[in-house]
Design a protein around this ligand. Structure first.
Ligand code: NAD
Length: 280
C-alpha cells in the first residue's frame, strides 16, 4: 500500500481562509480578536514559532501583540505581565511560549492565565474540563491532529488508537480527545515494554516523541493512519518521529514533516483565539 498524504499545509490554509472571513464579520461588529504572545528568552526555535504565529494572526485579521522578555526575567515579573493582560479587554487569548527559563515554574505561569483567555488550553481548569468531557479551549496540536484525522473521512469510533508520548501538551490531551471520539486508546511512553508490538496494533498511530525516525515501518500495521507530531533536526533538515519513506509504504494515510501537524497547530491557535473573542 502507498499512503495518501495527509496534507496539513493545504487543510490549514482552508481553515485560515474561513477564519479570515469570520474575523472580518466580528470586526464589522466592533470586535477585533486579540492574541497576546509572551516569549521569555532567546531560544531560536521559540523565536521562529512566535514569529510564525504573529504572521498568521496578521494574515487573518487577528491583532497580535508580542511581549519579548529577557531570559533573566523573574517569575514575579512574568506573572505581573500576565495579570495585566488578564485585565486587558482588547486581549482575548494569552499564550506563553514554552519552554521557559529554569527560574520560572511553567505550572505557576499557566495557572495564572485566566481560564477564559487560555488559548492553549493548558490551564488546570481547562485540562480538567477536557478530562471531564466538558467544552473548553482544546490544546492546539491535539486539536489539529483530530482535524487531520477527520479529514481522512475514516470513522474513529471503535478504532485502536495508539499514542506514543504522554506529555501534557500533546500525548495526554490527544489521547483524551481520541477517547472522546470513541476510539480505544493506548498511551505508550519511554517505559513501555514492547513498543513495537503495541504500535503494530494501531489503526491510528500518533507519534509525539521527539526522537528522529524512532517509528519504523515494521512498527506500523498495514493500512494504519499515521500522524507524525515530531519535529527533529537531523543533518540540517527537519524530520519527524516516523521513518517517513518506508512507513508510507505501509500506512493508508500519513502526515509529512514539515507540512503535517505543524501548520494545523497554528490554524487551531487562530481558531481558538477567534472562539474566545466570540465568547467575549
Ligand atoms: P516531550 O519530550 O514532553 O514528551 C516526549 C514523550 O515521548 C514522553 O512522554 C516520553 O515518555 C516519550 N518517549 C521518549 N522516548 C521514548 C521512547 N524511546 N519510546 C517511547 N516513548 C518515548 O515532548 P512533546 O512536547 O510531547 O513533543 C514531542 C515531539 O512533538 C517533539 O519533537 C516536539 O518538537 C513535537 N511537537 C510538535 C508540535 C507541532 O506543532 N508539530 C507541537 C508540539 C510538539
Amino acid at each position: 500500500m502507498t499512503a495518501k498524504l495527509l496534507d496539513g499545509k493545504r487543510l490549514s490554509a482552508e481553515i485560515r481562509d474561513s477564519i479570515r472571513e469570520e474575523t472580518a464579520c466580528l470586526r464589522k461588529g466592533g470586535i477585533v480578536p486579540g492574541l497576546a504572545v509572551i516569549l521569555v528568552g532567546d531560544d531560536p526555535a521559540s523565536r521562529i514559532y512566535v514569529g510564525r504565529k504573529a504572521e498568521s494572526c496578521l494574515e487573518v485579521g487577528i491583532a497580535s501583540s508580542l511581549h519579548r522578555l529577557p531570559a533573566s526575567t523573574s517569575q514575579i515579573e512574568l506573572l505581573e505581565l500576565i495579570g495585566r493582560l488578564n485585565g486587558d479587554s482588547s486581549i482575548h487569548g494569552i499564550l506563553v511560549q514554552l519552554p521557559l527559563p529554569p527560574q520560572i515554574a511553567p505550572d505557576a505561569v499557566l495557572a495564572a492565565i485566566r481560564p477564559e483567555k487560555d488559548v492553549d488550553g493548558f490551564h488546570p481548569v481547562n485540562m480538567g474540563r477536557l478530562v471531564a468531557g466538558l467544552p473548553s479551549s482544546r490544546p492546539c496540536t491535539p486539536k489539529g491532529i483530530l482535524r487531520l484525522l477527520k479529514a481522512t473521512g475514516i470513522p474513529l469510533a471503535g478504532k485502536e488508537a495508539v499514542v506514543i508520548g504522554r506529555s501534557n501538551i500533546v500525548g495526554k490531551p490527544v489521547a483524551l480527545m481520541l477517547l472522546e471520539e470513541n476510539a480505544t486508546v493506548t498511551i505508550c511512553h519511554s517505559r513501555t515494554k514492547d513498543l513495537a508490538g503495541q504500535a503494530r496494533r494501531a489503526d491510528i498511530l500518533v507519534a509525539a516523541i521527539g526522537k528522529p525516525r524512532l517509528v519504523t515501518a515494521d512498527m506500523i500495521k498495514e493500512g494504519a493512519v499515521v500522524i507524525d507530531v515530531g519535529i527533529n533536526r537531523l543533518e540540517g533538515r527537519l524530520v519527524g518521529d516516523v521513518d517517513y519513506g518506508p512507513a508510507a509504504q505501509k500506512a493508508s494515510w500519513i502526515t509529512p514533516v514539515p507540512g503535517g501537524v505543524g501548520p494545523m497547530t497554528i490554524a487551531m491557535l487562530l481558531e481558538n483565539t477567534l472562539e474566545l473573542a466570540r465568547k467575549h
